[in-house]
Design a protein around this ligand. Structure first.
Ligand code: CDP
Length: 223
């Protein structure tokens, strides 16, 4: 239950399940700070790749991480991860090269632990910036990062529909393969959190999904 007017919303789901577009639309509608934790893993993957590492170099990854200072840049309603004060542009995070390694880097426990406190601290940042709440999307938000979120959602869509969405965006992305890696890792695997509301968007438009969730948020705000 929301104990104040500030609300926290966790949105989890597989690759291309519509988390980002849905979260962005809700962030605008309810003045919520939007945090895309997939972009966090992509940003770390980019930094590690630029340092010449591959996901097999787990020992070196662990050594290098403490030298990557994490900060936040708030642009509009979106808070982005900055390393050494710089938040990479979205285009450089969504390349086929990063798509191919991000799930493997994200499966390394040291990488996840490095982001844990940073991600939780986004709640305080949203309050400090006077947002009405926070909407955070990822794979382990309702299960691990914000298990006490006021609203926990799990977005689903059948794999063919998700692959089609990515193709329509003109992006090369093996969504089913990333899902397999994400669901089978030992640390914070992709899972529908207990008690989360499942929304299957296979046959729903973005507007219909947003509408369904807006009803839940409005009920929460009036409770
Ligand atoms: O946008 P899309 O659904 O394609 O993926 P993303 O949200 O950008 O996440 C990219 C990758 O980061 C995922 O495939 C996961 O391997 C990883 N990730 C994660 O492990 N935990 C999260 N909370 C968010 C993303």
């Amino acid at each position: 239950m929301a104990t104040s007017s500030f609300i926290t919303i966790a949105v989890d789901g597989g690759a291309a399940s519509g988390k980002s577009s849905t979260s962005r639309a809700l962030s605008t509608r309810f003045n919520l700070m939007h945090v895309d934790t997939g972009a966090h893993y992509r940003t770390i993957s980019l930094a590690l790749t630029e340092a010449g590492l591959t996901p097999e170099d787990t020992a070196r990854v662990q050594q290098i991480l403490p030298g990557l200072p994490l900060g936040s840049v708030v642009e509009g309603r979106t808070a982005r991860l900055a390393i050494h004060g710089k938040a990479p542009a979205d285009e450089s995070l969504r390349t086929p090269e990063i798509n191919a390694v991000v799930a493997q880097f994200a499966a390394i426990p040291a990488v996840r632990h490095y982001l844990f406190d940073y991600q939780r601290a986004q709640v305080a940042l949203a309050r400090e910036k006077n947002f009405s709440g926070l909407i955070m999307e990822g794979r382990d938000i309702g299960s691990v990062i914000l298990p006490d979120a006021d609203l926990r959602l799990f977005l689903e869509a059948d794999p063919a529909a998700r692959a089609k969405r990515r193709a329509a965006e003109g992006r090369a992305d093996a969504v089913a393969q990333r899902d397999r890696i994400d669901a089978s890792r030992t640390t914070a695997p992709l899972t529908c959190p207990n008690g989360a509301t499942r929304i299957d968007s296979t046959h729903l438009s973005l507007e219909q999904v947003v509408e369904k969730i807006a009803v839940l948020i409005t009920a929460l705000l009036n409770s």
